[in-house]
Design a protein around this ligand. Structure first.
Ligand SMILES: N[C@@H](CCC(=O)N[C@@H](CS)C(=O)NCC(=O)O)C(=O)O
Length: 210
C-alpha cells in the first residue's frame, strides 16, 4: 500500500493535518508547497488542487482537499487513535469547531493578511485590514471563552480540533495580537506543546507558536 502524501506549507493551515498524521504514527510523505513563493498558485500544483490551497492529502487512491475533510478522514480511518469522539454530539461538536475555524480563516484572517483579495480599490485595503483585525479579535475572544475550564476543545477528549486551534494561536502571535489576553487559550497552547507529536510537527516545519 502507498503511503499517504501531505502537501503542506510550514506554519499554515496544513499544520493541523501534519500534527494528526504524526499522532497516528504511520509512515507518510510530507511535500512542501510554498505559499509565499506562489507555488500554491502554480499550474503544477493546481493540477493537484485546482483551488490552489494547502493542505492536500493524497490518500494513495484519492486526492482530498480542505483541512477539515482531511482531518476527519485521518481520524475515521484510524479509529484506534480516538481523534474524534464516538457520540453523535461529540462528532457534531467537532464539526461545529472545524466549520467555525474555517470561516474565521476565510473571513477575518484573510481580510487581515490579504486585504487585496477583498477589494479592487487600493485605498479601501487598510479599512478591510482593520475590520479583519477587529473581527479576528472578536472571534479569538469567543474561542478563549469556549476553552474556559476545558482541557481540550471537546472537553476531556483530545481531537483533530486541538491542532487546528494551535495554528490559529500561532497566527495570533505572528500577527502581533496580544495573545496573553486569551488566558484559557494560552494554557491550551502550552498543553499542546507538551505533546510529542506537536513537538515533532513543530520541529519538522521549523516553526514556533510564540
Ligand atoms: N478552506 C481551506 C483553506 C486553506 C487555506 O486557506 N490555505 C492557505 C494557507 S493557510 C493557502 O493554501 N493559501 C495559498 C494561496 O492562497 O495561494 C481549508 O480549510 O483547508
Amino acid at each position: 500500500m502507498k503511503h499517504p502524501k501531505l502537501y503542506y506549507c510550514p506554519g499554515h493551515m496544513s499544520f493541523a493535518s501534519h500534527v494528526i498524521l504524526t499522532e497516528i504514527g504511520k509512515p507518510f510523505e510530507a511535500i512542501t508547497v510554498s505559499v509565499k513563493d506562489g507555488a500554491t498558485q502554480s499550474p503544477e500544483f493546481k493540477r493537484i488542487n485546482p483551488k490552489g490551497k494547502i493542505p492536500v492529502l493524497d490518500t494513495g487512491s484519492e486526492i482530498l482537499t480542505e483541512s477539515a475533510a482531511i482531518l476527519y478522514y485521518l481520524a475515521l480511518t484510524n479509529p484506534e487513535c480516538r481523534l474524534v469522539p464516538d457520540s453523535a454530539m461529540g462528532v457534531s461538536r467537532a464539526i461545529e469547531w472545524t466549520n467555525w475555524l474555517s470561516t474565521i480563516l476565510a473571513g477575518p484572517v484573510g481580510q487581515h493578511v490579504r486585504p487585496e483579495r477583498f477589494t479592487n480599490e487600493e485605498h479601501a485595503r487598510p479599512g478591510v485590514k482593520e475590520k479583519g483585525t477587529e473581527n479576528l479579535l472578536i472571534a479569538y475572544a469567543e474561542i478563549n471563552d469556549r476553552l474556559a475550564g476545558q482541557e481540550w476543545a471537546l472537553g476531556d477528549c483530545y481531537s483533530i480540533v486541538d491542532p487546528t486551534l494551535l495554528i490559529f494561536f500561532k497566527w495570533g502571535n505572528q500577527l502581533k495580537l496580544d495573545m496573553s489576553q486569551f488566558g484559557h487559550w494560552c494554557e491550551h497552547a502550552k498543553r499542546m506543546e507538551r505533546r510529542p507529536a506537536v513537538q515533532a510537527a513543530l520541529a519538522a516545519e521549523n516553526i514556533s507558536i510564540w
